[in-house]
Design a protein around this ligand. Structure first.
Ligand code: FA5
Length: 345
C-alpha cells in the first residue's frame, strides 16, 4: 500500500506540473483529491488494515495529500497569474488610436450677431437695458406719441392679449420705461429683445423677430451724432465697401425720422427677390426723440435732446452671412446652423 501511495503521489505531481490552464489544474484536483479520487479511496480502505498499521499509514496518506495540495495551490497561483497577464495583454488599449469625434454645438447665428452688436455699442459706452415682451399698450404706443386711434398704429399690426396689453411690436417701449425710471437724467442704452407683429412671413419678414433699440439722451445731442453713430456701426458690421443710405421717414416718436438701408448682399443693388427688386434692404429706423416723448417721460425737452434707433438683427445677420431667407433662423435645421462656426466672429 505504501508503494501504491508513492506511485499515486508521483503521478499527481506529474499531472500538476503538466497542467497548463486553471481548468486543467482543477481537473487534476478533482481527479486526485476529490471524493471519488484514489487518495480518498485509500483513506476509506484504512479500515481493512491491521490495527497496528493504521496510524502509520494514516499519517503517510495525510503527508501525501498535503504535499499534493501544496503543489496544486502553488501551481494554481502561477496559472492564475499567467491567465490574468494573457487577458491584460489581449485587452491592451492603444492610446495612439484617434478618438471618436465629439460633435460640439455653436451659438445660434442670430445670438452671435446680437452679441456682436451689443459688444460694439458697449465699447462706445452704452449700457444694455431690457423690458417685458408682454407689454402695456401705454409703453408700446401711448408713451411714444401714439395715442389710441392714431393712424400710425397701423404701421405695426399687433397681437393684443387684452385691450390694454399686447405682445410688444418693437423694442421702443424699453426706451419709454427707461426714461420714466431715469427721471430726467441722461441716458445711453441699447435694448435687445424679441418683438411680435401680425406680418405675413416671407423671405425678409417674420411674425416674431428680434430688434435692438438704441437711445441716447443728453445735452446738445444732435442729428449729426446719430449719423456718426450709425456710420461707425455700419462700417464695423459690414466693412467699408457695403453701400449705405439714409432715407427720410416717419415715426411718431422721432422728429425728424430716417431709415437706413444697405445695398442688397445678393444682387449688389441691381434688384432681386431678396430685396424685392429695389437693390436695398432696410435694416433700421431712427431719428431725433420727439419732444412729446421726452416731455411725457418727465424730461425738459428744451434742456435735453436725444436720438433713437431700432434695428432688425435678422436682416443684419442675413447681410453678414448671405442668408437668403429669414425663416432659416427659426427652423433649427442643423445643416444650416452647423455652418456657423465659432471662429467666424
Ligand atoms: C420700428 O420698429 C421702430 N421702433 C424703430 C425705431 C426706433 C425708429 C427708434 C425710430 C427710433 P420698424 O417698424 O421700421 O421700426 O422696424 C425696425 C426694423 O425691424 C426694420 O428696419 C427691420 O430691420 C426690422 N423689421 C421690421 N419688421 C420686421 C419683420 N416682420 N421681420 C423681420 N424684421 C423686421
Amino acid at each position: 500500500m505504501e508503494a501504491q501511495l508513492q506511485e499515486l503521489k508521483t503521478q499527481a505531481l506529474e499531472k500538476i506540473a503538466e497542467a497548463s490552464t486553471v481548468k486543467e489544474l482543477n481537473d487534476v484536483r478533482v481527479a486526485y483529491l476529490g471524493k471519488k479520487g484514489p487518495i480518498t479511496d485509500l483513506l476509506k480502505g484504512m479500515g481493512k488494515l491491521p490495527a497496528e498499521e493504521r496510524p502509520k499509514m494514516g499519517a503517510l496518506v495525510n503527508v501525501v495529500r498535503e504535499e499534493v495540495t501544496t503543489q496544486l495551490e502553488a501551481r494554481m497561483v502561477l496559472l492564475e497569474e499567467e491567465a490574468i497577464n494573457a487577458k491584460l495583454q489581449s485587452e491592451t488599449i492603444d492610446i495612439t488610436l484617434p478618438g471618436r469625434p465629439v460633435k460640439t454645438g455653436n451659438a445660434h447665428p442670430l445670438t452671435r450677431v446680437v452679441e456682436e452688436i451689443e459688444d460694439l455699442f458697449i465699447s462706445m459706452g452704452y449700457e444694455v437695458a431690457e423690458g417685458p415682451e408682454v407689454e402695456k399698450d401705454y409703453y408700446n404706443f401711448e408713451a411714444l406719441n401714439l395715442p389710441k386711434g392714431h393712424p400710425a398704429r397701423d404701421m405695426q399690426d399687433s397681437f393684443y392679449i387684452t385691450e390694454d396689453v399686447l405682445l410688444r411690436t418693437h423694442t421702443s417701449p424699453v426706451q419709454a420705461r427707461t426714461m420714466e425710471a431715469k427721471g430726467g437724467e441722461p441716458i445711453k442704452i441699447i435694448c435687445p429683445g424679441k418683438v411680435y407683429r401680425r406680418d405675413s412671413d416671407d423671405a425678409t419678414h417674420s411674425h416674431q423677430f428680434t430688434q435692438i433699440e438704441g437711445l441716447v439722451i443728453g445735452e446738445d445731442i444732435r442729428m449729426s451724432d446719430l449719423k456718426g453713430t450709425l456710420s461707425v456701426f455700419a462700417k464695423k458690421m459690414f466693412g467699408d465697401d457695403r453701400e449705405i443710405r439714409l432715407r427720410p421717414s416717419f415715426f411718431p416718436f422721432t422728429e425728424p425720422s430716417v431709415e437706413m438701408d444697405i445695398s442688397c448682399f445678393k444682387c449688389g443693388g441691381s434688384g432681386c427677390n431678396v430685396c424685392k427688386k429695389t437693390g436695398w434692404i432696410e435694416i433700421l429706423g431712427a431719428g431725433m426723440v420727439h419732444p412729446n416723448v421726452l416731455e411725457m417721460a418727465g424730461y425738459d425737452s428744451k434742456r435735453l435732446t436725444g436720438f433713437a434707433f431700432g434695428m432688425g438683427p435678422e436682416r443684419i445677420a442675413m447681410l453678414k452671412y448671405g442668408v437668403e431667407d429669414i425663416r432659416h433662423f427659426y427652423t433649427n435645421d442643423v445643416r444650416f446652423l452647423s455652418q456657423f462656426q465659432r471662429t467666424e466672429l
